[in-house]
Design a protein around this ligand. Structure first.
Ligand SMILES: Cc1cc2nc3c(=O)[nH]c(=O)nc-3n(C[C@H](O)[C@H](O)[C@H](O)COP(=O)(O)OP(=O)(O)OC[C@H]3O[C@@H](n4cnc5c(N)ncnc54)[C@H](O)[C@@H]3O)c2cc1C
Length: 363
């Protein structure tokens, strides 16, 4: 088999790229080490369609989040994919925190997120009577979706136009050859296979730096884990919007926040803890007290026993512990070889916009 385009990794980004590039003519292959798609970070996140409030103006994170959000709502509506524009409140616990909320408000406007507004305590209470806040930023464009339905949609779209997905296939080497790249893989039975591809998209998520190094490009990812705790179902109708505190400094995480899924289930998290480079998804039950203490400040109806360990995800961060903001890397580092590295949040929201950007590079 020789390929026109090979996409390494079947997470939401690789699948969105496949959906955008497949045209019924080119030989497009998606290679995935697991036995199904979307088993990595793409199925271990908050499933939030972000508005684009936090990211520095001019960054790829801001640009792709805003473009991706608009594209996602359109895709979901046109294809009846489960989603809901819940809206979100970014809340301040004090007057001092309200200053920070004001900065985020101005940042959102600079990013072109015009729908945001600032609310006083009374207005917050009218919207969400069960939460406690000094004031808030209201983001009506924020929403939630079902990440698996979205990935199934991208894969279906790609397959319909001739792309093929090959599971249980780990890419272990890439060699630069005339006319493209020689890709070596090993499957779950230990069988090796090599083929040539004219173009390659590295969408390998937590392993994208390892794949980039196969063509000599040095990136280094740091793993930053986020645990989630769910809230007892009896409390499910207490809050209708997503509720976020003031984010952590330096864009490490967004702070332990309250998200809802499409069934109305409430979840707290994720926190942000740098870990060794292992994909260990066990939830640290010992964090329950910390989660409770963080959340009860704005969810006064919570009881300690309402909080149950749920799941976790790992952020592929370019930003090392203690460092400042790092942007997505979307870079054609060799002719026809595009590295997608550090695609942490808002990567789910940004996926269709990243895919469109790559399509424009290739056409
Ligand atoms: C805790 C958490 C919460 C988040 N919340 C949100 C949110 O609410 N909204 C939002 O927009 N974003 C969110 N994100 C970010 C979002 O989930 C990610 O940016 C996005 O899922 C990244 O998708 P991906 O396709 O790049 O990576 P992945 O989903 O990790 O896919 C990469 C794929 O590559 C495969 N792979 C790796 N190496 C190889 C190889 N050598 N050969 C073959 N296959 C390989 C893996 O098996 C995997 O399937 C969150 C992230 C985390 C960690």
């Amino acid at each position: 088999m020789d390929a026109d385009v090979t996409i390494i990794g079947a997470g939401v980004v690789g699948l969105a790229v496949a959906g955008a590039l497949a045209d019924g003519r080119s030989g497009i292959y998606i290679l995935e080490k697991n036995d199904s798609h979307g088993r990595g970070t793409s199925s271990r996140n908050s499933e939030v369609i972000h508005a684009g409030i936090y990211y520095p103006p001019g960054s790829l994170k801001a640009r792709f989040c805003i473009e991706g959000r608009e594209m996602l709502y359109e895709i979901c509506e046109r294809n009846n994919l489960p989603h809901r524009k819940t809206g979100k409140l970014l809340i301040a616990a004090s007057e001092k925190e309200m200053e920070k909320i004001g900065q985020l408000y101005r940042n959102a406007l600079r990013n072109g997120v015009k729908s945001v507004s600032l609310l006083e305590e009374k207005e917050v209470r009218e919207m969400e009577p069960n939460i406690k806040a000094f004031g808030a930023l209201h983001s009506p464009e924020t929403g939630i979706l079902n990440a698996h339905s979205l990935m199934d949609y991208f894969l279906h779209k790609a397959r319909e136009k001739g792309a093929e997905i090959v599971y249980r296939t780990l890419v272990i080497g890439v060699e630069i050859v005339s006319g493209g790249y020689r890709i070596t893989t090993v499957n779950a039975e230990g069988e090796y296979f090599a083929f040539t591809s004219e173009r390659v998209i590295n969408a390998a998520g937590l392993q994208s730096d390892v794949v980039a190094r196969m063509i000599g490009k040095q990136y280094l990812l740091h793993y930053c884990k986020g645990d989630y705790f769910s809230i007892d179902g009896a409390k499910r109708d207490m809050v209708r919007r997503l509720i976020y505190p003031v984010p952590e400094e330096n864009h490490v995480g967004l702070g332990v926040h309250l998200t809802l899924d499409l069934s109305g289930r409430m979840r707290l998290g994720p926190d942000a803890t740098y870990i060794e480079r292992v994909e260990d998804y066990r939830v640290d039950k010992g964090k329950a007290d910390m989660f409770y203490a963080s959340a009860v400040r704005f969810l006064p109806f919570l009881r300690r026993e309402d909080i149950i360990p749920d799941m976790s995800g790992i952020r592929p961060k370019l930003q090392a512990r203690g460092e400042g903001f790092r942007d997505f890397i979307v870079s054609e580092d060799m002719p026809g070889f595009i590295n997608l590295v550090g695609i942490e949040s808002p990567g789910l929201t940004a996926a269709p916009a990243i895919a469109r950007f790559i399509k424009n590079i290739f056409t």
